[in-house]
Write a new protein. Structure first.
Lengths: 310, 332
């Protein structure tokens, strides 16, 4: 039982990473009806942004570097690293959309898909050129130790940080999408772009905003994953990117709650398969889930059924 | 006898003659020549799926892997026994190698059928990702099969692939694809690509055409995998990953989707290009950052993909027909 609980906790923390990335896929799909293949690589850039920003942050908050114990300054340092890399990736996402996807908006979907694959390969390989191909060790921005008093369960502080930060980000996202003007415009655009634009919504601004928001969440996922698994390299975004896409499809693409549900489910499932079946099938499980879901319930768990118009 | 068949026979005779001088070719150029041939097979076969039928497959390397491993397993485990049974000899050896290639092709075709039947119900982006997923699943399965070396890779003792077999496969792939496209089936492929709903309304069994294109494409990918395995003499599951599939997709897109001569040109160009880039990266006169960037050909490929999609989505070599007509007019 303890082991199962342990796997469940590990699965939850992995699942929150998938959920954060999946939200970006699903939001972009909502407004533009296309899969941003490069999204997983934005997650990678997020982790690297944290890697390069941490020393700068520590120049401003020197006490933050001391991670032997918990303190306000180390938490503030980690928070600053998180926010700054989210900002860097938001800018990157907006730039990608402006430079590459915007000119293709009226083109066939296949053209856009190929371009997105191109952007993805570009980020991976330009990253290899810029950061070096060898794995880098992400700096320790938070003290990592097990939480005491849980009996046989080992829950690392960082794992709980992942869960808490994810929860805060989800609440913030919910607020932005449901309660702000930008969020309302986003939903209107997803519902009907032409009508939204007739109502005075500037579609270009909203699409940029969506890309920025999604990319910021991916960056947060990159940082949160890196504090648990500190080895980062330019190709690290490929598999989590694809798995998060599977999570988005599992929950019903275009549906925010679905993306979170799908991410958590996929993370837990993957951890259980690794724990109880074989670690060798870690990477195949997501694809098996994807194929199964597309065959039996192509709209996902929470997706709406749409009829195809001719 | 119709024209394509004449061309095929002439070409086969030519490469048969050329293969006599195979030993005289500098090993470096020989390597490039064979790689060009294999890439032509891969590009032309993927073009049938991605170009003519309009389905976007990202798992071509997976079928290549199936072909490579099936044919390698044949030549390693079965052929020595059969060779001993029939008394050996170089003719028997070549025949068995061809048999292994074809077996690899059929293995890949079978995998193509297994993948195609469920996934071809999907469209566009979904199909791309599902085929990518199948490619990865094939890779993981090979990695977990200890009988063929698992994650250690598999060594093939003899280097059987030569100029003749490679270009025979290339010629056959081109011949089959061109003939298919100009047949009734070809009309079906093109119609599925241009308007699936209209095709269905006209009573065309779109699934049948999609699966057929997929299976034929997978067959030739398997042949290419077998050629590759018996040329490099070492295969590894990591060598048939997603990036390999992207390499083939770049060939098809650069050549122009649904443009076989263009794809052949692109296969040649993209095989020579990395060699040229390597020479360029060695130039002392260029700044260091540029040389570093040139060394990674995928940076250039990705920029090429994006640039082509933004400016020339029909591919680099489209419009060849226009020049051909102009040339014919001048002749007349």
């Amino acid at each position: 039982m303890t082991e199962f609980l342990q796997q469940l906790i590990n699965g939850l923390s992995l699942g929150s990473i998938y959920a954060l990335i999946a939200l970006g896929y699903t939001m972009v799909y909502g407004v533009l009806k296309f899969i941003n293949f490069a999204h997983g690589d934005v997650y990678m850039v997020g982790a690297f942004a944290g890697y390069y920003l941490a020393p700068w942050v520590w120049k401003v908050i020197p006490a933050g570097q001391d991670t032997t114990r918990f303190s306000w300054s180390s938490s503030a340092g980690a928070f600053a690293v998180l926010l700054l890399s989210m900002a860097v990736c938001a800018v990157l996402g907006i730039l990608i959309e402006k430079l590459v996807y915007r000119p293709l908006r009226k083109r066939p979907r296949l053209t856009v898909l190929i371009t997105a694959i191109g952007v993805s390969i570009f980020l991976e390989n330009f990253g290899q050129y810029l950061f070096g191909a060898d794995p880098k060790s992400f700096p320790e921005i938070l003290p990592d130790r097990a939480i005491e008093g849980l009996g046989d369960l080992t829950v690392m502080v960082n794992q709980s940080v992942v869960l808490v930060v994810t929860l805060i980000l989800l609440v913030a996202l919910h607020f932005i999408v449901m309660r702000t003007k930008m969020g309302t415009a986003m939903r209107a655009l997803a519902y009907n772009p032409a009508a939204a634009s007739l109502m005075g919504i500037n579609n270009d601004v909203i699409i940029s905003f969506t890309f920025g928001l999604g990319s910021a969440l991916a960056a947060a996922a990159g940082i949160l994953n890196a504090i648990n698994y500190p080895s980062i390299d330019p190709l690290m975004g490929i598999l989590p990117g694809i798995k998060a896409f599977v999570a988005a499809v599992l929950g019903g693409i275009g549906n925010l709650q679905g993306a979170v549900l799908g991410g958590i489910l996929l993370g837990v499932l993957e951890t259980l398969v690794v724990g109880y079946v074989s670690p060798m099938y870690r990477d195949a499980i997501a694809f098996a889930v994807l194929i199964a879901i597309l065959l039996f319930k192509p709209n996902g768990l929470l997706g709406r059924v749409e009829s195809e118009k001719v | 006898m119709n024209r394509p068949k004449t061309w095929l026979l002439v070409f086969v005779a030519l490469i048969w003659a050329a293969s006599w001088f195979q030993g005289a070719i500098n090993p470096y150029y020989f390597d490039i020549l064979i790689t060009i041939g294999i890439n032509i097979v891969l590009g032309v076969s993927l073009n049938l799926v991605n170009g003519y039928t309009g389905q976007f497959s990202l798992g071509h390397a997976g079928f290549m892997a199936v072909g490579a491993y099936v044919s390698a397993a044949m030549t390693i485990f079965l052929c020595p026994r059969w060779l001993a049974a029939c008394g050996g000899g170089s003719t028997a050896e070549s025949a068995l190698f061809l048999g292994a290639l074809v077996a690899g092709g059929f293995g890949a075709a079978l995998a193509g059928l297994a993948v195609g039947v469920p996934s071809l119900r999907l469209k566009g982006d979904y199909l791309a990702i599902v085929t990518l997923g199948f490619g990865e699943i094939i890779r993981v399965m090979v990695q977990n099969t200890e009988a063929v070396g698992g994650s250690r890779g598999l060594s093939i003792p003899a280097r059987e692939t030569g100029l003749f077999t490679t270009y025979l496969a290339a010629a056959l792939a081109v011949y089959v694809v061109v003939s298919l496209v100009h047949s009734t089936y070809g009309r079906g492929f093109l119609m599925v690509r241009d308007d699936e709903v209209a095709a269905e309304a006209m009573g065309i069994n779109t699934t049948k055409y999609k699966v057929m294109a997929f299976v034929v494409g997978a067959f030739f990918a398997g042949i290419a995998g077998g050629l590759y395995a018996h040329f490099k003499q070492f295969i590894h599951p990591e060598g048939f990953g997603f990036l390999r599939s992207v390499d083939i997709v770049v060939i098809v897109i650069l050549g122009g989707m649904g443009n076989t001569p263009g794809v052949i040109l692109a296969a040649i160009l993209l095989t020579i290009l990395p060699e040229g880039l390597r020479a360029l990266a060695a130039l002392e006169a260029l700044p260091v950052w540029l040389r570093g960037m040139i060394q990674n050909r995928m940076i250039l490929y990705s920029l090429l993909l994006i640039g082509l999609m933004l400016t020339r989505p029909q591919g680099l070599f489209s419009g060849g027909g226009k020049w051909l007509r102009w040339w014919k007019r001048r002749q007349a």
